[in-house]
Design a protein around this ligand. Sequence first.
Ligand SMILES: [Fe+2]
Length: 587
Amino acid sequence: MNSSLAGSIYSLNSVAMGDKKADLILNNCNLLSVYTREVIPKTQIAITGDRIAYVGPDASHAMGPKTRIIDVKNRFVSPGFADPHLHIDQFVLPSEFAKQALLCGVTSLFSDPIDVVSVGGGRGFREFLRLGEGLPIRIFQVVPGGLPVDAKFSNGNTMSLSETKSAIRHPHVLGLGEVFSWTKVTLREPKTMRFISSMLECDCIINGHTAGASDRKLNAYVSSGVLSCHEPVNFDQVLERLRLGMWIMIREGSIRRDLKEIIPRVLSSRTCLDRLMFCSDGLDPLDISKFGHIDHCIRESIKLGLEPIDAIIMASKNNFDYYNMGRDLGGIAPGKLADILIFKDLRSFRPAHVFVGGRLVISDGQLVTPIRKRTIPSWIKNTVKLGRFSKNDFEVKSKKSGVVANTILLLTEIITKAGSAELPAKDGLVSASMDSDVWKVAAFDRTHGTKRHSIGFLENFGAEVGAFASSWSFHENDLIVIGSNDSDMAVAANHVVKNQGGLVVVKSGKIVSSLPLQFAGIVSTDPFEKVSSNFANINSSIVDSGCRFPRPHLIPLFLPFLALPSVRILSGGIVDVKRRRYIEPIY
Ligand SMILES: [Fe+2]
């Protein structure tokens, strides 16, 4: 737990004046000042407890016999980086993600745990909040602001207003996460407006999601108190939002990478940088290992022409200004919490040393602090409430000798459109057709223990596997099973049930690759390295089997995602998103 500034002022003041001795002094710092855009050489930083008491040319007055002195040897020193919007309820537990983020210099994470809530409701949120506590990194949470994605079709759990009000009493819960169905705001949907006004009354932050909104609709959204967006994919969208007083989190993560499109135009237009940040929106284990995290955004932006000091400001100060936390975090100055990075040079931006609250957590690029493993209650490891499957569970019956299927046609792993395909029916059963690249796809409610399910057809998947199943999907978390034959689909579904969550690929009755996700069926309880390797195997086993897309794990993830057009499948049926109606799988 942090000290409060209010409770620290006597101590900080005394150390600054030399009346009390510091716990730690960093000497010979080349300080990257986020307040003046300077590099200030030969700076000394005195720290007491978890806060900075003094920053200046000479801290010797704060030096005592017990003060630890570290000679930084003229290396560059900056405040810790922040990721202002990401979903860390993915792949690995917060304790495992924390290690990777800290190695990249990220000391603050602003988490929006949509899928934990979709599976576990308010109880899941509280459990996830608990898992983020006591780690050597700051994890702030927002209550997911976009659930249900569409109440007419959505199956996931949500948090009520009273649960949300109770959640924001926790000091690390800051408000409402991305309100991604912005039409609920522009149509002044009563429940959404009630949530937003309640959050505003409590002085909470509300994160936005304005893909596709402009002019009147964007004004209506902003006037409702939603002041950030991480969805702009080009400079014009950034500028329109900045002009309306919004804050922009430029996304560079596993779902999208927008820096290349946005940064050059920001620079050529000499746009004010004060309201620009970097965010990941979520990183898979391979991407964070290969590219990094916010440090990668800094490197890439500098390659695109951004001044290093400006990249540092966007990675640190601006985030805390947005979240109204600038008094405590975001810069190296008296009174601030001592989240400090030491770099060898201004090229790699991979910190050699990282302090969080004055405590050394990374030294010479290695984690030097223990990360306590927390016990996970059994209820959240038992969320795949499904019985044993047989091949009969995947049958599509028809009395005709041939049918036309309303297919979900994959254009990318994420984007779909409505298609159709003729399929043969034999002995009253309609089969998938690998020759025509038409696969069965099934969605089962695995959260509530109902038997609700739907079966349809998927086009353009391409991978010659028997089945591919996943218990993790945005933000419904139905069990999705894609397959060429009913027997392998049953094997895949049974494997996910046995593991109580995960992704699995099956060929000829055998498990080819498996990524267990035991926590809520969406996050693995395994170590990062094991998850990373399992994840790589899932994708390579599908790609090597002929899948048309390089990141096939995204297919079941997005198949039920109602915030995107055009056709989606949920346990309730196949949905035409624009017309907001169910579609029959065959006719
Ligand atoms: Fe997001």
